[in-house]
Design a binder for this molecule. Structure first.
Ligand SMILES: Cc1cc2nc3c(=O)[nH]c(=O)nc-3n(C[C@H](O)[C@H](O)[C@H](O)COP(=O)(O)O)c2cc1C
Length: 336
């Protein structure tokens, strides 16, 4: 990595925190971020993160052990805050001495940050607003990911460029902030590093790496897609707040609209409450993503992808993707 001195100097804080050679995280992607991609990422000098998603504690236990067998470098585990067994999953991370836990999907429930820190792991959180970010740092979070609406998967309403301008000047001097969403080239990494980011998190760029177990048809759909094909889902019913998901448009997009109408009707009839309604929506996504990633059902499965998908055109090893990103970042910083 010594070939990229300007980039590495700006990434030094992020690297020290992650224990990696370069401060590029591969964001957790359900079904995609399993042992092979995670270990490949960490072995290539980046930082891989296991996506726990809806896994049971037993499955997570096996996945961490499997990842450890493939790499002796640090990696993280991403836990979804609304998982009903969140504290058991934290226990599994403790058992394995996981060094970094990412809490995604909402504000961490009471006691979760404390439980992770109690066994010496670092906690990485997300925050939709500056006020909530500050609150989480006060509550013990060690680092923050700001993720803009260009990203693949579940998204917030604000673009990465605006989040970066709001959060970095306020937080970056004192805190570690990683920027995610819409990053496809090293030029963009350089820009966020110059604004004070400790590093970046990317998903779409790594989803179809050679080491990713995603189905060949899932990968083909990515290579063919343009930025405009990665659309945010639309909320159908005002009473049923649905977190938008960015994915490649296909038949599944329409099926999701139908699913929302079906769940809204159940709400009308009083046969489900709001919590159950939202859970049904989330289960829909988890199932649809699995169908696309594992079974290669690119018609009705969910092809979660960010807008940077237009810059992904071929299968490359993780190490080559990282090397290209670092080279582009270094060239951009050298041109300044
Ligand atoms: C296929 C896919 C699945 C994802 N699943 C998750 C997930 O399970 N948990 C999570 O926190 N983020 C998830 N994400 C978001 C990524 O971790 C990452 O933050 C995002 O991809 C970054 O933006 P980018 O796609 O523009 O690079 C997913 C993204 C994709 C593309």
């Amino acid at each position: 990595m010594s070939a990229f001195p300007k980039t590495q100097a700006l990434m030094a804080r992020g690297c020290a925190f992650l224990g990696s050679e370069t401060a590029i995280l591969c964001g957790a992607m359900s079904w995609v971020s399993e042992r092979n991609l995670v270990a490949a990422m960490s072995n290539a000098g980046g930082f891989g993160v296991i996506a726990c998603g809806a896994m049971t504690p037993e499955l997570l236990d096996a996945e961490i052990a499997g990842t450890r067998a493939l790499t002796d470098r640090p990696f993280g585990v991403n836990l979804i805050t609304m998982h009903p067994a969140l504290f058991d999953l934290i226990g599994v991370c403790e058992k394995h001495g996981v060094s970094h836990v990412v809490l995604a999907g909402g504000i961490p429930p009471k006691g979760s940050i404390e439980a992770i820190k109690a066994f010496g792991a670092k906690v990485i959180v997300f925050a939709p607003t500056l006020a909530l970010a500050k609150k989480q740092f006060r509550g013990g979070a060690d680092a923050l990911v700001i993720e803009g609406s260009e990203a693949g998967g579940h998204i917030g309403p604000i673009s990465t460029s605006v989040l970066a301008q709001e959060f970095l000047p306020e937080l970056a001097a004192e805190h570690l902030v990683f920027v995610a969403g819409g990053i496809g080239r090293g030029d963009m990494i350089a820009a966020y590093l110059e604004m004070g980011a400790a590093g970046v998190q990317m998903g779409t760029a790594f989803a179809c790496a050679s080491e990713s177990i995603a189905h060949p048809d899932f990968k083909k759909a990515f290579f063919r897609a343009k930025a405009r094909d990665a659309e945010a889902s639309v909320q159908i019913d005002a009473r049923l707040p649905v977190i938008p998901v960015r994915a490649l448009k296909n038949k599944g997009t329409e099926e999701f609209a139908a699913k929302q109408r079906e769940v809204a009707l159940l709400l009308d009839q009083g046969s489900v409450d709001m919590g159950e309604a939202q859970l049904q929506i989330e289960h829909f996504w988890a199932g649809a993503l699995r169908r696309a990633v594992i079974d290669g059902d690119v018609e009705s499965g969910s092809l979660m992808a960010g807008q940077s998908v237009g810059m992904v055109s071929a299968e490359e090893p993780v190490a080559d993707i990282i090397a290209r990103l670092l080279r582009e970042s270094e060239e951009a910083l050298t041109r300044r």
